[in-house]
Design a protein around this ligand. Structure first.
Ligand code: 5GP
Ligand code: ZN
Length: 146
């Protein structure tokens, strides 16, 4: 818990929210600026800043809780699909620095859905660069686990 954190305030109830679900380690609530009908956020109750900071245990719990509410968005709201989104770092669009997964129900009916794909699909990358970057990441992971 940090005093300045908005989402820690939501967990304690000091900041009001529309709660959807809760368990021992996670809390799910509606986003106040929804990108689609039923857009909600799932957070760990214990403060962590972002994807790089959260414990594997809390990350697993948040992901499982997100799957549960995603299923409800399909069965109850009639969503045609669901996006899970996490923004890690200001340059990746993170604005609230308490880890959260966006659960964004998606609809063919665009009156319920304002999202657009943020990159142009089908623009091929350079094969050599893709292979080099993949090799660097793979080697870094092998070094880290050695
Ligand atoms: P980010 O940009 O960090 O990935 O997402 C932060 C999300 O938190 C945004 O979608 C924003 O609408 C939502 N948000 C910001 N302030 C509040 C709030 O006070 N209450 C709720 N329920 N959502 C909030
Ligand atoms: Zn927090």
């Amino acid at each position: 818990m940090t005093d300045q954190c908005l989402f820690c305030g939501i967990v304690t109830g000091d900041v009001p929210s529309v709660k959807v679900a809760e368990d021992d380690s996670t809390y799910a609530f509606m986003d106040i600026n929804p990108g689609s009908e039923g857009h909600l956020l799932v957070i760990p109750k214990q403060h962590s800043r972002d994807l790089l900071d959260i414990s594997p245990k809390d990350l697993a719990a948040v992901t499982v809780a997100a799957q549960r509410v995603a299923k409800a968005s399909v069965t109850e709201l009639g969503a045609d699909g669901v996006n899970l989104l996490n923004c890690c770092g200001a340059d990746a669009w993170q604005t609230v620095f308490h880890f959260h997964l966006h659960v964004i129900p998606r609809y063919r009916d665009k009156t319920k859905d304002r999202l657009e794909l943020p990159w142009t699909p089908g623009v091929a990358g350079e094969k050599k660069t893709i292979a080099e970057l993949g090799q660097r990441l793979s080697s870094a992971l092998e070094r880290a686990s050695a």
